[in-house]
Design a protein around this ligand. Sequence first.
Ligand SMILES: *Cc1c(COP(=O)(O)O)cnc(C)c1O
Length: 396
Amino acid sequence: MSESKITDWNQYGIQTQSIRAGQHRTPENEHSDPIFVTSSYVFDSAHQAQARFAGEQPGNIYSRFTNPTVRTFEERLAAMEGGERCLGIASGMAAIMSFCMGVLKAGDHVVCSRSVFGNTMGLFKNFMAKFGVETSFVALTDLNAWEAAIRPQTRFLFLETPSNPLTELVDIEALADLAHGKDCLLVVDNCFCTPALQKPIDLGADVVVHSATKYLDGQGRCVGGALVGPENLLQQEIFPFLRTGGAAMSPFNAWVFLAGLETLAIRMRAHCDNALKLARWLEDHPRIERVYYPGLASHPQYELAQRQQSGAGGIVSFDVRGGREAAWKLIDHTRLLSITANLGDVKTTITHPATTTHGRLSPEDRQRAGISEGLVRVSVGLEDIQDIIADLERGL
Ligand SMILES: *Cc1c(COP(=O)(O)O)cnc(C)c1O
């Protein structure tokens, strides 16, 4: 393989990085990124095999460890997030699990936002707890609660911003300072914004988590995940687990994500434009009680969103007057929108959090989380905005 002539991608813009970073042409001189569909690799000699296995010589051994297509994805996403290193992993959840298995041991403690993806919460509550790792859950926006929850055994703070589905934000820079003052890592799941709209590492976060399944693919095709962070941490603590634990990203999926990344910044811009138009329309609608979107001046953290993100994102949530009945009526009257809990797709999706993504919470927990019976979440896609609006108007 010929190494790329460019080694420092920091000086390039994100669209250039997303199209160019990580490609190392083979002797075939292909222009597009190839897929390496191979489980193992051959050695020139028994001596070379020995040196590779001993870690004395770099190079591929087996695709559970490394794969050139996955490596291209890793280098590209690392450049885009501004991190030293990226690991491509089988899914977003496998990325979070691998991070936990790599850095945590019995007796350790984690502080996690209460407003994270349901399975993330389940991983900490139901599985990490079995291995003697305790997790405290705090309100995302309450910096005092984060500080109060940190113990000497705390290894990292974990959060998503904006949160799902209420689009609450936390000041990443402030939380990074807090974490580092207490010798903890700050881990940010950057699923909602992607590096096109928010760069947590530039703001002081140590590690970024991704579900590549969402906007990085952007067209609802493949399941995948990634971690971006310091070379030492990822190479010394996470990669050995990944190689042993086996949650490898498939080269085909990596190849699909590579194509997704090429258009990420452009798509995110278009998602933001459509979402803002929808949010403004909803805000003026008499049947809508409240709209949650960080791009609206009425959002309580509008200023922070303007400062921390370069766009407000593609997720709009709103309370419909009339509770569950009205919310379900709205959802059931759509013809174009997809009724599904997935998000980050070119297709607009609509979901009722109280009975789906947050259906397992007790009514009290749901209320505390601000998930009302009338709440509807829309992941705004790239269809013509007037068609999305017309589809929602019917049920209102
Ligand atoms: C979907 C999602 C995940 C999990 O990702 P998978 O690829 O489905 O495993 C994690 N975090 C957030 C915010 C998500 O939306």
